[in-house]
Write a protein that binds this ligand. Structure first.
Ligand code: OKP
Ligand code: ZN
Length: 352
């Protein structure tokens, strides 16, 4: 199987994040990619290649130009004019209700003001290498899409930082650009076909949902922890089904904390049935391994064997697959879990 990854992605190495009112070591670190690359290498059935550069146009097909401009300039501006902190985090965030009934305010000019205009949480620091790494992750996703467009049945993009929380004009949730949404739009424009995105990360992909919410040609289907108790809290409920032309093309299957293998696979069957009803030859999988029973920030109880079964079940749709990495924070077992999933998707048996 062809795998795409860039060493530039390791340039994003945030020192910490905040979680539950505490400063904690960052979970979304380059050791995650190293774990996956080591496991792919040990398996021997994967060929890793660097991405091709795709420029900013596919990003602007999905994201607001102001978000791209902000992420491109944030670090140098912070060096010039920031607080001297080793990472950028907002302390004031543009909340919709602050402007209730008053229309939009202009983007502020100071670094502390600007970050809160484009960021929605305190878990997503910007450091020196964040922009280059995020651009590389987008190129990884697009190159994986190109492989499938060129005839591969399946390609894996080892994206990092992840993407599914990034909305059209907002970053957050460890995500800066929405890799899966950018790849989906790229594919839709090139094929003229509908496309389906299956999001298997523990967290709901609020960004991907938002980007395609009014689109009927892009189906978004997600299995995730119920947002009543879990991040990102404000999206991912079952009654969010799309609007306008997108009515019915958004499918949320929230699951209770503690969900284990059998209940997960049962929900997956429902997700796959919805995808089978939708047209198009390709499924983009947002693959998060934070559903793992040992994940430090997840709350499901999946085991490695189930990842193999899930890969196999998704492959049974008979569609081409662009598999893109999202979360998964149990670094030691992350690689083995990804390999299990991909072997299942390829129709190979689980490793011994
Ligand atoms: C990114 B991805 C939990 C705090 C959650 C942000 C989580 C981002 C997850 N106590 N902080 O979907 O894996
Ligand atoms: Zn996640």
């Amino acid at each position: 199987m062809q795998v795409v990854h860039s060493p530039k992605q390791a340039l994003h190495e945030p020192p910490w994040e905040t979680a539950g009112g505490r400063e904690v070591p960052a979970y979304e670190v380059s050791a995650r990619a190293a774990s996956i690359l080591a496991a792919l290498g040990a398996d021997g059935g994967f060929t890793v290649a660097a991405p091709g550069e795709h420029g900013v146009e596919p990003i602007l097909a999905v994201h607001d130009a102001g978000l791209l401009r902000y992420l491109e300039s944030a670090w140098s501006e912070w060096q010039r004019d920031g607080t001297g902190a080793p990472a950028i985090l907002p302390d004031t965030i543009l909340h919709a209700r602050l402007r209730e009934g008053m229309g939009d305010a202009p983007e502020p000019e100071s670094p502390c003001g600007r970050v809160g205009h484009w960021c929605f949480d305190s878990a997503t620091p910007i450091v020196a290498g964040t922009y280059d790494a995020s651009r590389a992750a987008v190129d990884v996703a697009l190159t994986a899409a190109d492989l499938v467009l060129a005839g591969e049945r399946l390609a894996y993009g080892l994206c990092r930082p992840p993407g599914h929380h990034a909305a059209r004009a907002l970053f957050g949730g460890y995500c800066y650009f929405n890799n899966a949404a950018i790849a989906a739009e790229w594919l839709a424009r090139r094929t003229g076909e509908p496309v389906a995105i299956l999001d298997l990360d523990f967290h709901h992909g609020n960004g991907t949902q938002q980007i395609f919410y009014e689109r009927g040609d892009a189906l978004y289907v997600s299995l995730h922890a119920d947002p009543r108790r879990t991040y990102p809290y404000y999206a991912g409920h079952a009654d969010e089904t799309g609007s306008g032309a997108g009515r019915g093309a958004n499918v949320n299957l929230p699951l209770p904390l503690g969900t284990a293998d059998d209940a997960y696979v049962a929900a997956l069957r429902i997700a796959l049935a919805r995808i089978a009803e939708h047209g198009g030859s390709t499924v983009i999988v947002s693959l998060g391994m934070d559903t793992y029973h040992l994940d430090p920030i997840g709350g499901f109880a999946l085991t490695t064997g189930t990842y193999h079964a899930v890969g196999e079940a998704v492959a049974s749709l008979g569609r081409r697959m662009i598999v893109l990495q999202e979360g998964g924070y149990h670094v030691a077992d992350l690689g083995a879990n990804v390999v299990a999933w991909l072997r299942g998707a390829e129709g190979r048996p689980p490793s011994a």
